[in-house]
Design a protein around this ligand. Structure first.
Ligand code: F6P
Length: 366
């Protein structure tokens, strides 16, 4: 007798900060689940919130038609609503409780056999806890920061990098006209992938990364050196998580009950003011912010997202639960969520991307 199929219906959710390519993953999961494996698919809304509060949307092929080039996520997302640390009011006070049982109840109501969790380190850590508790699931690595351990690239990064590079191209022309120093602050949390890659692609003169504590005098020397060579403008890219030697990161805001509780931001302004004071050169700041998260994914991100989504369904059907799909060189593979949660992928200082920057005379602030 043929073996009974363990998974007939799957649920999908997007958690954490959005990233271009989320809709492309959703589309790939839905289409390959229905066409290749004869499954049905239900979407849970707004990250783990929808699983806790039983907010769902049936996903047919029609529902995902036309979403490939669309930014954002048709399912909604949030970086709150951790089911293992969920705020409720008890006797007039806010307390945090474990409501993860509700997730098992709600998946049972919708006859969902397994989940595809698309998220960054916060969502994937929650996914790992749910898996440890008995949920069949697989993760898909998302974040513009590209800082997930155990995959060579997350989807969303390439689009953010392209946006930052285009911004640098535009800043160049105005910097040149006004003979100014232009500082571009980019996202990335505690990893400098966006700053380093965009800085190289956009021809920056200085790139400040979280991985290298900078010396502002050294940055100023680079600007003055360019002036002495008759280059009257300079471009500085600074990662939001960069900090000076012996100093701290600039925190914009702390957010209660978020699994990403610290909002970085403001270092661009600090660098610009100091550079203006030391060199006397007029300086301006652009904070690129959430423009890096929005808009249509690049072709690279659409392809990577599609490969991740299709592979996630195949691996689920093979019973590879508790894993995350990942890119290893040119191949899509999986790693356990335990392995994936081991750390953050920062920029290693011995890679050729770093040495190429130095070789070209880009100052890394050290
Ligand atoms: O992790 C992605 C990211 O965009 C970071 O680069 C940034 O620090 C953070 O999220 C901003 O998050 P929020 O959505 O809370 O503004």
């Amino acid at each position: 007798m043929p073996k009974k199929k363990e998974v007939k219906r799957i649920g999908i959710l997007t958690g954490g900060g959005d990233a271009p390519g989320l809709n492309a993953v959703i589309r790939a999961v839905v289409k390959s689940a229905i066409r290749e494996h004869e499954l049905s698919v239900v979407g849970f809304l707004n990250g783990f919130g929808g699983l806790i509060k039983n907010q769902v949307r049936e996903l047919s092929e029609n529902e995902v038609a036309g979403i490939l080039p669309r930014g954002g996520t048709i399912l909604g997302t949030t970086n709150r609503d951790n089911p293992f640390y969920y705020p409720i009011e008890r006797n007039g006070e806010k307390v945090f409780v474990d409501v993860s049982d509700r997730i098992f109840e709600n998946t049972a109501i919708h006859e969902v056999d397994a989940l595809v969790v698309i998220g960054g380190d916060g969502s994937l850590s929650i996914a790992k806890e749910l898996y440890d508790k008995g949920m069949k699931l697989i993760g898909v690595p998302k974040t513009i920061d590209n800082d997930l351990y155990a995959t060579d690239q997350t989807f969303g990064f390439d689009t953010a990098l392209t946006t930052a590079t285009e911004a640098l191209d535009k800043l160049h022309t105005t910097a040149e006209s006004h003979h100014r120093v232009m500082v571009l602050e980019v996202m990335g949390r505690n990893a400098g992938w966006i700053a380093l890659s965009a800085g190289i692609a956009g021809g920056a003169d200085v790139i400040l990364l979280p991985e290298i504590q900078y010396d502002i005098e050294c940055v100023a020397r680079k600007i003055n050196h360019r002036s002495n060579q008759n280059k009257k403008f300079s471009i500085i890219v600074v990662a939001e998580g960069a900090r000076p030697i012996g100093g701290d990161v600039v925190i914009q805001q702390k957010i209660e009950n978020s699994y990403d509780p610290v909002r970085l931001g403001g270092i661009g302004q600090v660098v610009a003011r100091q550079i203006e004071d030391i060199t006397g050169k007029e300086s301006r700041v652009t904070v690129l912010g959430h423009l890096q998260r929005g808009g249509s994914p690049t072709a690279f991100d659409r392809i990577l997202s599609t490969r991740y989504g299709a592979a996630a369904v195949n691996f689920l059907m093979e019973g590879r639960y508790g894993h995350m799909v990942c890119l290893k060189g040119t191949r899509i593979d999986t790693v356990t969520l335990e392995e994936a949660a081991k750390g953050q992928r920062k920029v290693p200082l011995d890679i050729d991307l770093v040495s190429a920057a130095r070789q070209l005379g880009i100052s890394l602030g050290d």
